[in-house]
Design a protein around this ligand. Structure first.
Ligand code: ZN
Length: 358
């Protein structure tokens, strides 16, 4: 890669409006450049595309579930040129108060220090996975991944890492425990894989009627119970299947405030709840007494930890079932269709997760 190499980039100039542009990639002193191979499209990318993300300032290049190869390496990039890596979405400066408290939301850049959310007006402009090259910030965390799987499959490392963080690490999941996952999207399925791998004794998953194919896949991945919440009595089905209340409930629904109440209602007394889904910045009526009476532990979760990434990159080479989790692929020029597909606007039949490939 030469200094001044042109990179094709899909710039989101305002909600739902991509501009197919070419950006010059300047030389770098400290960071580096990643030649993007594939980028997964997540629910939070859909929120950015729709204009519903709190931190989004346009124009920006969306996409934070990036897989690629090191193209240019400054002194802070610990891998050789040509190494295939996943890049953690969240950049941590290491010195701001949030970073020192080990929180995911570094405040050294406003409004966000996360790939896919940093405006393209911040040099060198290429901060998202929907472009041929991604700037590797000197503080970016990268993890090498196997060359033995297609790039679009490797994008699933990102949800898988979150699944491990949210279902295993944050609730300190113990062997034999019962885990209920609300929402069968890519991150819900990843929570299922991670919880089962960690020895969960029972895993249930809920979804809507249009999630039928995702719930079927959950069964194939080892879910002990899948529930269509529009058709069945959730509490009754769990009682029949598990015989008690789940120890851990994880909310990974898409923008569903009701899921918070469901989680607090269904978890056992003394149980743990991970809330990993935002609700579009909306306020809603909230009865907090149940948290007190049931002595619950609630944990808000943003993104995956480094431990989650290490686990997920290892799993990628070990678990062939991950191949089935990326159902839709689009070329970069069809970024709009990729976002529509991930939003469920092109139909939900056979929709598991979406990637843009290069
Ligand atoms: Zn920081």
């Amino acid at each position: 890669m030469q200094e001044g190499t042109k990179a094709r980039a899909m710039l989101l100039v305002e909600p739902r409006h991509f501009s197919d542009t070419t950006v010059s990639a300047p030389g770098v002193e400290e960071g580096g450049w990643l030649a993007v191979e594939a980028t997964g499209i997540s629910g939070s990318d859909v929120q950015v595309w729709k204009g519903e993300a709190r931190d989004a300032v346009y124009p920006l290049v969306p996409g934070h579930e990036v897989v690629g190869r090191i193209a240019v390496k400054g002194p802070n990039v610990p891998f050789e040129v040509g190494t295939r890596v996943v890049v953690e979405p969240r950049i941590r400066c290491g010195t701001c108060r949030r970073c020192q408290q080990d929180l995911a939301t570094c405040v050294s850049r406003k409004p966000s220090n996360s790939y896919g959310l940093i405006p393209s007006t911040v040099p060198p402009g290429l901060w998202g996975g929907l472009a041929e090259y991604l700037y590797l910030d000197p503080r970016a965390n990268m993890h090498p991944v196997t060359d033995d799987v297609p790039a679009e499959v490797a994008t699933f490392v990102h949800p898988l890492a979150s699944g491990h963080t949210w279902a295993v690490e944050l609730p300190a999941l113990r062997e034999g425990e019962g885990v209920l996952i609300l929402g069968p999207g890519p991150r819900g399925l990843a929570c299922l894989i991670a919880a089962k791998a960690a020895g969960a004794g029972w895993v249930g998953m809920t979804g809507l009627s249009h999630d039928r194919d995702r719930l079927d896949l959950a069964s194939q991945l080892g879910a002990d119970l899948t529930i269509d919440v529009e058709q069945a009595d959730v509490a009754g089905e769990i009682a029949n299947s598990l015989g008690r209340r789940p120890d851990v409930v994880i909310d990974v629904t898409s923008d569903d405030p009701e899921a918070v109440f469901t989680a607090l209602d269904l978890v056992r007394s003394g149980g743990r709840v991970t809330l990993a889904s935002t609700k579009g910045n909306r306020a809603f009526h909230f009865l907090s007494d149940v948290i007190v009476a049931k002595q619950l532990t609630l944990r808000g979760a943003v993104g995956a930890s480094g431990v989650g990434y290490q686990w997920a990159t290892e799993q990628l080479g070990l678990d062939p079932r991950i191949d089935d989790l990326v159902s839709h692929q689009f070329p970069l020029t069809e970024a709009s269709r990729a976002l529509q597909a991930a939003a469920g606007l092109l139909g939900r039949e056979e929709l598991i997760s979406v990637a843009v490939t290069f």
